[in-house]
Design a protein around this ligand. Sequence first.
Ligand SMILES: [Zn+2]
Length: 329
Amino acid sequence: MGFTDVVGQELPIKLLQNAIDNERISHAYLFTGKEGVGKEFVAFQFAKAINCKELELDACDECISCRKFNNGNHPDIIKISPDGSSIKIDQIRNLQQQISYKPYESEWKIYIIEEAEKMNLQAANSLLRTLEEPPSYAIIILLAPKEELLLPTITSRCQIVKFRSLTVDEITDKLISEFKLKTQEARKRAVLADGSLDKAITLSKDESFLLRRSQILDKIKDLLNLDLVEVFELVKEILDYKDEINNILKDIEMFYRDLILYKGSKNTDLIVNFDYEEDIIELSKEYTFTELQSVIEYVEEISNLIKNTNVKLQLALEVMLLKIKEKRV
Ligand SMILES: [Zn+2]
């Protein structure tokens, strides 16, 4: 695997390779972009490349440095990820202690902080001190979906490298070449992956995802005709996939997004859930534009509540579906 295996991120890769080539590597980077578009892979590939004993601008995967990394025991490339729901001050204190020791066997010592937006305030303030005066051999790479999710004092000290979402065509091509999927099958997954290659790959390996999606959407499309008992049954079905709740809510949100897009444009090409095209056309007549807008905002609100608070899941879903059904959002 090398930089050439990355889909659609030619610009960030070029920027990083130029930095190596011109010996102008920054001490701090912030890679931004949606989950699953290649930030993490490129960060590790970059770390491998600058420590690689054979190649200049990529990693060879064969030298001692590359092999150590691939075996998960490179002492100078260190990953930090959230401990539970956040990155805590102890993790950053640990980084500060270690970073003061020179690299063991490479020129560079590289820290990659995944989901950096999950640093709590103490951790972020503590990291700031290291970013203000990093050792000459240190590189810190922060990964986050958006720049705005981090403190401006942090982002202003990083070189920002933007990763874009992938197009449906790019993902479709990759799925066809890598997983030998048929065009229609590849396209369906590419569309549902919402710009993320990782998500598309998960969908390609996991048939149950598509089954679950149709089980839920088959009911959602009939929501207006369900009685109270049937709505509560639907909630129970959703709760059977508790771990997937974020994805399910995303599916529901995208379904209503299709309704509003179609209602506004009458263009079926814009429909993401194209296997529900006829239902979407029919259903778009049942809701007003404002109602659909409120539904989408409401589903987003519930998603955030579920992600960030201890809201009662069953109750939240019941209220959500009843409100959508009765257009009371
Ligand atoms: Zn190598």
